[in-house]
Write a protein that binds this ligand. Structure first.
Ligand SMILES: [Zn+2]
Ligand SMILES: [Zn+2]
Length: 321
């Protein structure tokens, strides 16, 4: 009997291994920064090997409050770097140096590198100049026309582009809404969706709510026929209880987990349908429209000012009387 049980189990496991990407290690404590960064010097960049050909890098919250996550995917012909983070100065943030050290050799040279961005916001591309003069490095433009042309999108934001880095295909999915240039990357090898600022445990800052919802539907549709292990975004801005850190904080004690799951994505279209246009708190993210909130704040400030001036004038008139 034991043999008859063992054989089918083994067959089942190997069959699963063929069709499903195997989740690897996310058992890591990310740099949390410090309440007083000057008193406690921090390593600017944390490197975590998720699996032999996938690295997750985290910029220390002390180096930049944005504390970006950057991803390095190694193929057999080249490597793909997703985002270059929030810090330009190579002395403060040795990003290019670290990436070059992680790149394997091929034919006696470093593997060629393609540097792409989830979107054009400066905290995702400030490190670009560190790569500009390096040999065998190509940096994808960050403006919308450049992104469209490089990946060959002819019907933006529809269609999927494919980047072949050698025995590893990475799909590029347009995901405007947070920013018009936003794309997400789906890695077939690991089954990870690299979602940038489109979906992360933090504030989903909305520029165009209609486009954002359409993007969520597009990604859900894309993933219908593909296995998904994790959704990994560009930042962590919530603690484990789901509370947001103060904006600009260099200290992230007890952070929320980096990885989000399929359910976080599937409820997103409905979240946009019921969105009040200003602010909505979900367990793993916050929907917010910063421009609208700013306008409301400005209107309230002006109203308060008018009220104060009116009150003072009334008071002065009464005293004179
Ligand atoms: Zn952004
Ligand atoms: Zn960002």
């Amino acid at each position: 009997m034991p043999t008859r049980v063992t054989v089918p189990t083994f067959l089942l496991t190997s069959a699963l291994a063929w069709s499903q990407p195997v989740p690897r290690s996310l058992d890591v404590h990310w740099n949390e920064g410090a309440p007083d960064c000057s008193a406690t010097p921090q390593n600017p960049l944390q490197v975590h090997q998720y699996e032999p050909q996938t690295f997750i890098l985290r910029q220390n919250p002390c180096a930049s409050f944005e504390a970006n996550f950057i991803y390095l995917l190694i193929g057999s012909d080249k490597a793909l770097l997703i985002d270059t983070g929030a810090v330009a100065d190579p002395k403060a943030m040795p990003l290019a140096k670290t990436i070059l050290e992680l790149l394997p050799d091929k034919d006696g040279k470093k593997l060629p590198l393609l540097v792409a961005h989830t979107h054009r916001h400066s905290d995702h591309r400030a490190g670009d100049p560190q790569f500009a003069s390096l040999p065998s490095v190509q940096v994808v433009p960050f403006d919308l026309e450049g992104v469209r042309a490089f990946f060959g999108f002819t019907n933006w934001p529809n269609g999927i582009a494919h980047v072949d880095i050698g025995s590893r295909i990475v799909d590029v999915i347009p995901t405007p809404g947070h920013n018009e240039t936003h794309v997400a990357f789906y890695d077939e090898r690991t089954g990870i969706l690299f979602s940038g600022d489109f979906l992360l445990p933090g504030r989903l800052l909305i520029e165009d709510s209609g486009a954002y919802r359409e993007s969520a539907l597009r990604v859900i549709d894309f993933l219908k026929t593909r296995p998904l292990t994790h959704i990994l975004g560009g930042h962590i801005e919530l603690d484990a209880a789901g509370r947001a850190y103060r904006f600009g904080s260099h200290y992230h004690p007890n952070e929320h987990r980096l990885e989000l799951a399929k359910e976080d994505l599937t409820v997103l279209p409905a979240a946009f349908e019921s969105f009040n246009g200003f602010y909505a708190h979900y367990p793993n993210y916050i929907l917010t429209n910063p421009i609208r909130n700013l306008i409301v704040l400005a209107v309230i400030a002006v109203a308060v000012l008018i009220f104060v001036v009116w009150g003072v004038r009334r008071l002065l008139r009464r005293r004179r009387g």
